[in-house]
Each structure stands twice: as structure tokens, then as C-alpha cells.
Design a protein around this ligand. Sequence first.
Ligand SMILES: [Zn+2]
Length: 281
Amino acid sequence: MGEVTLLPEMPEVETLRRGLVRAAVGQRITGVQVTDERVLKRCSIGDFAERLTDTTVKAVNRRGKFLLFEIGCGSLPSFHLVVHLNMKGSIRRFEADVPTQKYECVRVGLSTGDVLVYTDMWTWGDWHFDDASEYTHVSDIASMGPEPLDDSWSGEVLAGRLAGRRGLIKAVLLDQKVVAGVGNIYADESLFAAGIAPKRQASGLDAGECDALAASIAETLGNAVRLGGSFGEYVDLDGNPGTYDPRVYGGKGKPCPLCGGLLVKTSIGGRGTTYCPECQH
Ligand SMILES: [Zn+2]
């Protein structure tokens, strides 16, 4: 791929979530160490460590690109730890005595003897608590669009989200209020699979195009989840890279896998966008 990959997107977060379910659910949190507090939003190091130590991880869920840890604390009501990896955040599992990692911010000890280590070169990640199970305190989650891997997702749902939206379809797809979890790679791949040009007006897609695009978004994201996310700098909880290989993203100047014409790169809403001018209309 020809450009810096900005990850993780939804399939990478979902891959991480599945690893965390296996590694952490049912385990006690034995201790917490914060080495860079810039990723703690809305709480201090002291509060953070105190609230988490000697609790139990009851579930790890996901909404869009947010990881949602349900934390149990004896007979008290559960509370939620919300984690957003943003551009460079990563969680890895190691044995307890692993030395401090490069860009380490947070380390969580588990009763298995393992530690979960969060690293983040840019510290744009976001760790915070939310006591409301509906995540009403987190406006990004409260206002988030539908999940494309849910059974209820359809062309009709997408058409409803696009109705009255100003802007180009590529840019609108990246708005998490329209649809949850679609980032730059998977927006380009979904538009290519649906044969829709990225510079089309979002509100100008007809019902058949919305059906095709909704299906290609679900299929693209579903495939990427099955393959452990995109091949690139991102790795899963145990350090394994994903094997999803984009067909057009990052492929400027390479032959289109469908027609053999050359793929073109442009900028839409400030984001690099690769497409085939022959196959996408
Ligand atoms: Zn083509």
C-alpha cells in the first residue's frame, strides 16, 4: 500500500474485542498502572486506579470504534470503562513481568497473571468511565448511526440516514452519525464494490444504489472482521497482523482488479480517496 495506514477501524477494533473477551472476561483486575495520563479523559490517575483495582471484567462490547468494558464490583452496580483507540492506540497482552513498552500509557493486571498494555504514540486515545449503561454521557456514542453488521441494517436504513445530507458520499460515509464504524479504508472498498463514485452527492443515490452500498458495506466489514482486520501496522491482542487486503485503497496507479484500468487517487473532505473512474459511477 502506498500511503501511511491510519488504523484501527471497526474491523480492527472488533478483532481486538474478540481477543479481549477471551483474555479478560471473568478475570479480576489485580492492579492498574498509568504511565501517561494524557489518555485518561475526565478522571485522575488516582480515581482511575482505585475504581478498577479488585473489580471483575464482566463483558467487553463494542459500539462503532469504541470498546465498552462492563466492570463488576461485588454487589455494587456494574459500571463501564469506555476506550477509544483513536489513530495510534493499541492493546497487547503480555506476561506480567514484561518491561515497559515504547509509548506505554496504561497497564492493567489480570488474575490470569497476564497484563494488558495500552500504547499510544500520539496519546489521542480516550479512556474514561461511564456509569450509564446507555452511554448517554458520551455524545459520540449517543448520536452514533446504526451498526452495519446488525441484522437490521439495510439499504432502506442507509437511505434514511443519507436523506437530506449535504456532501459527497465518501465524506458522508465517514460521519459516524450516519453509519457506525466506517473509516477511510472500508469506505473506499465499499464504494468500489458497489460501483458508486466517491464524488456522488450522498442524497442523490437512488434506492437500488442504497441497497448495493448497504450490502457492500456489510460484506466488506464482515470480511475484514473474519480476516482479523487489514494487513498493515495494526496487530491484534497477541501481536498478529490481520490479513484483509484492500482492493483499491492505497492502490493509486495500479490496475483496477475488475477492468484493468488505472486506479485514481483524489482528496475528498481532506481524506485520500482511491477509486476506478471506469467501474464507479
Ligand atoms: Zn475498474
